[in-house]
Design a protein around this ligand. Structure first.
Ligand code: 13P
Length: 251
């Protein structure tokens, strides 16, 4: 059986002191909710504080990006060793905001995925179609292509540390959520592509999250769908009560 993974993506929100206070408040609220994995993907400067605050709890900590080189002249980037030592266990790669605003391509996403896996991280690989692509009826082709390109060169063994977050770009931060049926259908398309690239077992085992305006009121229905194994949550992960309600919906 696949684990459900509820992950918060804080994006560019929360300072270290806010992070500490947030986790102190959240940890008793989600204590014992062990039917899902709980992850908070926080800004780089918050990772060490978050990891310390989450020690001994069921909350895991992740980063929001990683560079593919070990070190060197890459101003503004962050390496696997740095993230590891700070205490990150997960890393979000290929978020649509990175693709839209920071020139991330399937090629650089793939380099980052491979580097993160080689360094032992669990990867949350984000992909999804933009509005025009959904309206043009090419969502399946878009997510299939992204899945193939972003995972090129990743072994089936490494794939056990990959979570795919299907995030329709038109649903992110807009309050527009994919219907549970749309989410289930597209997650199913991604699952079948994994079956084609890897194996039936890999497609059975891979955890596929939905992301895009998931909140305390729509989580239960989205999570009830067979192909939706969790959520990657932006806005609603910044409030302990909302995030806890989503964790409860997964339990
Ligand atoms: P929102 O939940 O704020 O729509 O963000 C989703 C997201 O982009 C998570 O990575």
């Amino acid at each position: 059986m696949r684990r459900t993974v509820i992950a918060g993506n804080w994006k560019m929100n929360m300072t270290p002191s806010q992070t500490k206070a947030f986790i102190k408040e959240l940890s008793p609220m989600v204590k014992g909710r062990d039917k899902c994995d709980i992850v908070l993907c926080v800004p780089f400067v918050d990772i060490a504080v978050a990891a310390e605050a989450a020690e001994g709890t069921n909350i895991k900590i992740g980063a929001q990006n990683i560079h593919f080189k070990e070190s060197g002249a890459y101003t503004g980037e962050i390496s696997a060793d740095m993230l590891k030592e700070a205490g990150a266990e997960y890393v979000v790669i290929g978020h649509s905001e990175r693709r839209q605003y920071f020139g991330e391509t399937d090629e650089t996403v793939n380099l980052r995925v491979k580097a993160a896996l080689a360094a032992g991280f669990k990867v949350i690989l984000c992909l999804g179609e933009v509005k025009e692509q959904r309206l043009a009826g090419i969502t399946d082709e878009v997510v299939s292509m992204q899945t193939k390109l972003d995972l090129a060169g990743v072994s089936e063994d490494q794939l056990s540390r990959v979570i795919i977050a299907y995030e329709p770009v038109w649903a992110i931060g807009t309050g527009l959520t994919a219907t549970p049926e749309q989410a289930d259908e597209t997650c199913g398309v991604i699952r079948s592509v994994i079956g084609k690239i890897y194996s039936a077992k890999a497609s059975e085992d891979i955890v596929i999250q939905y992301g895009g305006s998931m909140n305390d009121s729509n989580a239960a229905e989205l999570l009830s769908k067979p192909n939706v194994d969790g959520g990657l949550i932006g806005g609603a992960s910044l409030k302990t009560d909302k995030f806890t309600a989503i964790v409860k919906a997964a339990n």
